[in-house]
Design a protein around this ligand. Structure first.
Ligand code: GLC
Length: 423
């Protein structure tokens, strides 16, 4: 293989420090425009929930919908940031050859009936005890209070019919009634980023930012400026829609075949749902393949983690997906390409955090924790390192004051905390 082909593709994913600073400045600008209803690529969705006190207690049901798996759990909040997960059920939303509740062939009742059966399993079919449910619904929704959330548009390539424009908790209530589960009452609906921030703030202070870096990517923050919003509350930025970014030819190709072209510009460059596909477009181009092969972000992680000097797993994985046997040199170049794609993702994500920090702390950045949940942050060891490096490039010495913390399972805990806060 001609190595200049690899080199060219790798170059396409390079984001220099100056570009990161520009992204950060544009994010801050878009936040501030969004708050005054000016022209902004950020949806800036109000959550109608603030930060928890940490003493919330009681037993709540938590539902986490919006990634690869659907989860329902019974959570006991014990106050002082303590909690127990009493029961947890997880089911994939699509199962090859059997069902796919995320695709256009499924309807809202197919999807919500499935959700109701999973909730029923989490309460062991109990029809007596009253359960209050917090619902983490990880899509852009417009809210008028903590209960009412209408889906604005699907993202992450979800396409289930009959949900856009609907109040998701009403759909859930109706499905629970069809199932005979009338003792479960949905009381709060929140975005997964909001759940991460609630979960983090339930356990520690000094945190205003929650983020998801997984199948999808998004961030929320706690806004206190009551000249712009009616009361202090968490704002879901829907940062995945940020679009002041320069895109390369692979981004363009990916966009053109996506469910919603021109939308979710940042998300399509950084999140797990798309990284494998971006890589696949590069491979198709480099090897001049008639069709795009299929790769996922999990494949990319495997390639990154291949520490064998002969890169034997990379060569094997690539052969399984394309039928092509790489030379050792090609495998090295391929690993560099994966590194470049992953690095760009982490660097752009960190740049957006800088823009948010500048907005929250316009005078001086204090010591602050940003809580992040998601497989890309948790399972790709280079992610946190690359993000920290990008923070230094944009914030200089102030970067040392920012720590990026994993909030594992925040979607479940946050949903329970939201239910408790709404009672
Ligand atoms: C997508 C959704 C957003 C969610 C994120 C992470 O970007 O639009 O609401 O927070 O994925 O799951």
């Amino acid at each position: 293989m001609e190595h200049s082909c690899f080199a060219q593709a790798i170059k396409e994913f390079n984001v220099p420090a100056a570009a990161l600073s520009q992204v950060a400045a544009c994010v801050r600008y878009d936040i501030e425009q969004g708050l005054i209803d000016g022209f902004s690529s950020l949806k800036m969705l109000k959550s109608y929930i603030g930060l928890p006190a940490g003493n919330e207690s009681g037993e709540y049901l938590a539902l986490d919908f919006g990634g690869t798996n659907l989860r329902a759990a019974l959570v006991q909040l014990k106050g002082n940031g303590n909690f127990n997960i009493l029961k947890k059920v997880a089911k994939p939303l699509k199962f090859s050859g059997l069902y796919d509740f995320t695709g256009p062939d499924s309807t809202s009742s197919d999807l919500f009936d499935f959700i109701a059966t999973v909730i029923d399993e989490a309460i062991d079919g109990d029809r007596k005890k009253k359960y209050y449910l917090g619902h983490t619904f990880s899509f852009p929704s417009s809210q008028t209070n903590i209960y009412n959330a209408k889906l604005i548009t699907w993202t992450k390539e979800f396409a289930t019919k009959g949900v856009v424009g609907e109040t998701v908790n009403d759909l859930l209530k109706q499905a629970l009634a069809r199932q005979g589960v009338v003792n479960v009452e949905p009381v709060a609906v929140i975005n997964d980023t909001v759940a991460v921030l609630l979960a983090a703030a339930y356990q520690s202070t000094d945190t205003y930012i929650g983020s998801i870096y997984a199948t999808g990517h998004n961030t929320c923050y706690f806004e206190t400026d009551t000249s712009k919003i009616e009361k202090p509350m968490i704002i879901n930025l829907e940062i995945g829609g940020f679009n002041k970014l320069s895109i390369n030819k692979y981004d363009k190709k990916l966009d053109s075949v996506s469910e919603h072209p021109y939308e979710q510009r940042l998300e399509k460059m950084v999140s797990g749902r798309y990284l494998g596909e971006l890589f696949a477009f590069c491979v198709q181009d480099i090897f001049k393949l008639p069709a795009k092969p299929s790769f996922t972000s999990v494949d990319l992680s495997h390639i990154l983690e291949d520490t064998d000097p002969g890169l034997s797993s990379t060569i094997k994985l690539f052969h399984t997906h394309t039928g092509i046997t790489l030379t050792k040199d090609d495998a090295v170049a391929l690993q560099e390409l994966v590194t470049a794609i992953m690095n760009r993702s982490a660097r752009l994500t960190a740049a957006t955090y800088c823009g948010i920090l500048w907005h929250i702390f316009p005078k001086a950045i204090p010591s602050h924790k940003i809580f992040i949940d998601g497989s890309l942050f948790e399972k790709v060891p280079s992610a946190a390192r690359n993000m920290q490096q990008a923070l230094s490039e944009v914030l200089g010495e102030n970067a040392a004051k920012i720590s990026l913390e994993l909030e594992n399972g925040g979607s479940i805990l946050g949903a329970a905390v939201a239910a408790a806060m709404s009672k």
